[in-house]
Design a protein. Structure first.
Length: 273
């Protein structure tokens, strides 16, 4: 696990978290800019169906794909990220983006693209949160005032009380992450966290958890984070925050690949905010 330090390089990591690399000879054509990422996904899937893109084969670079499709690199990045979430593509850091070996040539897809994009967006946001929050709790461990700790512990108590009701639990989970950001004493971190939490909350839509195990685990890790901050142990708080955030990504990645078999994303995500 890598926990990033606050440095100039952090800006680059926030704006371009994933690596996407090289390939040749696929059939591409410029596409409409409306729903561009969906069109890119459909074009890549079309190459899979036609057998032009083979299992294990590497895709072109993000820059090349953007030029081939006549879209921006961010559009390509979104489409590739979504197809990786579904289980068609695999992004290997430092090597490239590949069609997964278990995808058969000629395989077609009839799933709801909007569901996949929502899930991919949530995962991207969680990756940003790993960079932001895993470092923020280090600051909180050094700077938290008694009133900060009292507020955070009160929120965790409410999380415990609502652990069996996801709809009631979620607002307290949101408050927990915002309160941790507030404990850093850094107004910019707090505003960033508020914006990210709001965006994730809006992105969930119909993706709602019914897993008591996941919410209980979220409370367990939240308590560990609070204990570390009280003890001034920023490094361990950072590790526990990473574990806390991984619950969301793990749940989504377990859920979304079912789309390839079912044709529609099951609207249940095993996790928390």
């Amino acid at each position: 696990m890598v926990i990033y330090d606050w440095s100039d390089d952090l800006i680059n990591k926030l704006t371009d978290i994933k690596n996407y690399v090289n390939k040749k000879n696929m059939n591409y054509r410029n596409i409409q800019r409306s729903s561009a990422s969906e069109q890119v996904m459909k074009a890549i899937l079309g190459n899979i169906k036609e057998g032009t893109l083979k299992p294990g084969e590497k895709l072109p670079t993000e820059r090349k794909l953007a030029k081939m499709f006549g879209v921006g690199r961010s559009t390509v990045r979104e489409a590739v990220s979504a197809l990786a979430v579904v289980g068609y593509l695999e992004v290997i850091q430092g090597s490239g983006t590949f069609l997964k070996m278990d995808v058969k040539s000629g395989e077609s897809a009839t799933f709801d693209f909007s569901d996949i994009q929502v899930a991919a967006n949530i995962i991207d946001l969680v990756e940003v949160r790993e960079i932001l929050e895993c470092n923020a709790v280090k600051l909180a461990a050094r700077r938290a005032e008694p009133e900060d700790l009292e507020r955070i512990e009160g929120i965790v108590t409410q999380m415990k009380k609502t652990v069996a009701d996801f709809n009631a639990f979620t607002p307290h989970d949101c408050d927990f992450h915002i309160a941790l950001a507030q404990a850093t004493g850094n107004a910019t971190i707090l505003e960033m966290m508020k914006g990210i939490v709001k965006k994730i909350h809006n992105s969930y839509g119909n993706f709602k958890s019914r897993s008591l195990f996941q919410t209980e685990t979220a409370v367990f890790t939240a308590e560990k984070i609070v204990a570390c901050i009280k003890n001034g142990d920023g490094e361990e708080a950072s590790r526990q925050m990473y574990n806390h955030l991984r619950l969301v990504t793990t749940g989504l990645k377990q859920m979304i690949p079912q789309v390839r078999k079912q044709g529609k994303a099951p609207m249940t995500v095993q996790g928390h905010l």
